[in-house]
Design a protein around this ligand. Structure first.
Ligand code: UDP
Ligand code: MN
Length: 273
């Protein structure tokens, strides 16, 4: 009856949720998150951006972090935010680090339920691969294949257990992550894969419940929405890549995230009765 050991069951409060965003999306993508899933994880979610906005600082109760990372597309700048996210997670003392992009909808209850299946005291790298083949690293200039590794795509969501994150500390903390990005010349999510799979020799565990807009969103069955952890959207030359969910009209809710939120939580304040 008495559990003398550490209880493995976690709650939302054990998760550090970080969202990468930028001033370019502060009036388009950010408001949708603030209106929907952020309301279910206000204390646990932090935004990593490159600007100061008192209104958003107020709306999030101070959860906007100005990383001072440059808002440019240079590799070292893109890796800069992940580096700051990781350092903030270490500082937070939480059991899980989950990173998302600002075009993700996070189904909070499902995120908690899935993480409960894993032990944060073990090493876990949870995510979804972007393509069905691993990254090949070649030796320059001979092009000899050096090694191969998998990585979880940042646009679907990535979770690391504290145990794993702590083991990365000597090589990745305090901005060292940025140096690794620059040395291998890959984006932040690929660099995470390089550090974890190649340097630390821990394998990625695939979570099928994570979704990036590399997938066709309309192929997700609404009957399974409740089981999914993340969703995404994108606007392409061919139109919107969005989930097929009933709800608000497409002009008012082009990303479908407001409709998805009401589909999952019909009693929410802005949802029709
Ligand atoms: N992003 C950023 N700085 C930029 C451009 C994008 O921090 O200059 C972030 C953006 O907020 C998002 C992620 O990087 O969280 C991916 O950006 P986006 O969805 O525009 O590009 P994708 O790689 O998905 O095509
Ligand atoms: Mn995106």
């Amino acid at each position: 009856i008495f559990d003398s050991g550490q209880s493995k069951s976690i709650t939302l409060d054990d998760i550090f949720i970080s969202v990468k965003t930028t001033k370019f999306y502060q009036y388009s993508r950010l408001p949708i998150i603030l209106k929907t899933w952020f309301q279910l994880a206000k204390e646990q979610t932090w935004f990593f951006t490159d600007t100061d906005n008192p209104r958003h600082q107020n709306q999030t109760n101070g959860h906007m972090v100005n990383t001072k990372c440059s808002a440019s597309h240079q590799l070292k700048h893109l890796c800069c935010k992940m580096s700051v996210e990781y350092d903030h997670f270490l500082e937070s003392g939480k059991k899980w680090f989950c990173h998302f992009d600002d075009d993700n909808y996070v189904n909070i209850p499902r995120l908690v339920a899935v993480l409960q299946k894993y032990n944060h005291q073990e090493d876990w790298y949870l995510g979804k691969t972007s393509v069905n083949k691993p990254v090949d690293m070649f030796k320059k200039p001979t092009n000899e294949l050096l090694y191969t590794f998998w990585f979880a795509t940042g646009g679907a969501g990535i979770c690391l257990s504290r145990s794993l994150a702590l083991k990365m500390l000597p090589i990745a903390s305090g901005g060292r992550f940025i140096s690794i990005c620059e040395s291998i010349r890959f984006p932040d999510d690929v660099t995470l894969g390089y550090i974890i799979e190649h340097l630390m020799e821990k394998n990625l565990t695939r979570l099928p419940e994570l979704h990036s807009h590399l997938e066709q969103m309309k192929l997700l069955n609404p009957e399974t929405f409740r089981d999914q952890i993340s969703f995404s959207y994108s606007k392409t030359a061919k139109g919107w890549n969005v989930i097929n969910v009933p709800g608000f009209n497409h002009r008012y809710d082009p990303t479908r995230f407001l409709s998805l939120h009401c589909f999952l939580f019909p009693h929410f304040k802005f949802c029709p009765r």
